[in-house]
Design a protein around this ligand. Structure first.
Ligand SMILES: [Zn+2]
Length: 434
């Protein structure tokens, strides 16, 4: 890229900082909660489609089930309802119609992000949907995960358009529905519809790392059950699902220690993979505030994270093994039955080649913009990345802003990072496509 081009981009973004931040605020102000099996992404997606039209993209709006091959795909997980939940894809291309990106054999770059947010539950200091800015932080549901990131690549594309650069290849800008709670069909549907490129950049909030790998995970419920025994009067040995579940929790904790002591894949050497219990339930609370009988069921719901390379079969067989081993040595467990329920699909961890030339370009631009050497490292979360790396011809790198409290009240994103990322992305588009 020539120096005048670089300078023009940096100056344009500096002059439009308020627009970058304002767009992130506007996105936060349009709720798009994912409440499985439904989601209310439509209004926000229509807003994005309008922006894409304004910057001269050809725009494709479609729901995942409209895409041929989705329900037959091995990564399809049934049970979601996609009524009024459209994906939106905008394409800037030297060709006004026809296939794009890899399918057209043109140079190409794809930006992707999920427009859905987890439901606004709980109470923090800041309101959910106002887009309040304080001390350099934008607060609100989705500010961090991940409407801030989406605003940055939409603004980077606007920068390229308004500066009048001619593209030699295709720039593809996606916002997908249904990522939270292991949705993944939004991203899968885009890949299957033919939106594939030399590289995808996913602006999930990984604190400005350059991540060529990310974790996976899955959420389960584990039940211990028996026939109702009430107070068990006269029983010499009580069937007791609560104590049985206690043994399983202890066994899961030991298993988690063990698996974290195993050698980990490259890049993940220092990572700890948690097993997080979210919910623990048993028994009836009577109106006068007490329980009165042994319950017939107890359960725990937990999320477990895994490195790339762990398969669904491996994870499930290890977890079944934990229960089997604990049962073998624990009489309390032998008196109950156990049962698993999958609360999300299996989300694989995945990685791409870290010597991809475009990753180098991106990292160089990030360093130039921030004045810091680029930090490489895996993204510490499960995400839609595996759909790209494992189920499409497009490798994905994750680079997104600093922030905190994703999935909690007072979620926030760094406003300075939104500006820095807009510059980084615009420079990277220019390097690859003009
Ligand atoms: Zn996210």
């Amino acid at each position: 890229m020539t120096t005048p081009t670089r300078d023009a981009i940096l100056q344009w973004v500096d002059a439009h900082q308020a627009d970058v931040i304002g767009l992130a605020q506007s996105l936060v102000r349009i709720p798009s909660e994912n409440k499985p099996p439904h989601g209310s992404e439509k209004a926000c997606q229509m807003f994005v489609a309008e922006i894409l039209r304004d910057i001269g993209c050809r725009v494709d709006v479609f729901t995942p089930p409209e895409v041929v091959g989705l329900t037959e795909h091995p990564a399809y997980w049934p049970g979601r309802d996609y009524t009024d939940r459209p994906n939106v894809v905008g394409v800037m291309s030297p060709q006004p119609e026809g296939p794009v990106g890899k399918a057209a054999g043109r140079k190409s770059l794809l930006f992707t992000g999920h427009i859905d947010v987890v439901p606004a539950v709980g109470q923090g200091k800041y309101t959910w949907w106002d887009g309040t800015i304080e001390d350099g932080r934008l607060y609100g549901r989705g500010a961090n995960d991940m409407k801030g990131g989406i605003a940055t690549y939409l603004m980077a594309a606007r920068c390229i358009r308004e500066l009048g650069f001619e593209l030699k290849g295709d720039l593809i800008l996606e916002t997908v529905v249904d990522e939270e709670f292991g949705g993944a069909h939004g991203s899968l549907a885009c890949c299957l519809r033919g939106y594939n490129a030399d590289l995808a950049i996913l602006s999930e909030p990984n604190n400005m790392l350059v991540s060529t790998a990310h974790r996976g995970g899955q959420q389960f419920r584990l039940f211990t059950c028996t026939e109702g025994v009430g107070m068990g009067f006269g029983d010499t040995i009580l069937r007791d699902p609560v104590t049985a579940l206690g043994h399983l929790l202890a066994a899961l904790d030991r298993y988690n220690e063990e698996r974290n002591a195993r050698p980990r894949p490259k890049g993940f050497e220092n990572d700890v993979f948690p097993l997080m219990p979210f919910l623990l339930r048993s028994g009836e609370l009577l109106p006068w505030g007490t329980g009165e009988a042994i319950p017939d069921t107890a359960w725990v719901e937990f999320w477990i994270e895994i490195p790339p390379g762990v398969t669904e079969e491996q994870l499930k067989s290890e977890l079944r093994g934990v229960v089997a081993q604990a049962t073998e040595v624990t009489p309390t467990l032998q008196r109950v039955t156990t049962r698993w329920e999958e609360r999300t699909r299996f989300l694989a961890g995945s990685s791409m080649a870290d010597d991809h030339p475009l990753v180098g370009v991106l990292a160089t631009n990030l360093a130039a913009v921030t004045g810091q050497p680029p930090a490489f490292g895996p993204a510490p979360f499960a995400c839609d990345g595996f759909i790209f790396n494992l189920h499409s011809p497009t490798p994905v790198v994750i680079v997104g802003p600093h922030g905190a409290n994703a999935h909690a009240p007072d979620e926030w994103v760094s406003v300075a990072d939104l500006v820095a990322l807009t510059k980084t992305y615009a420079l990277t588009i220019a390097d690859w496509l003009i």
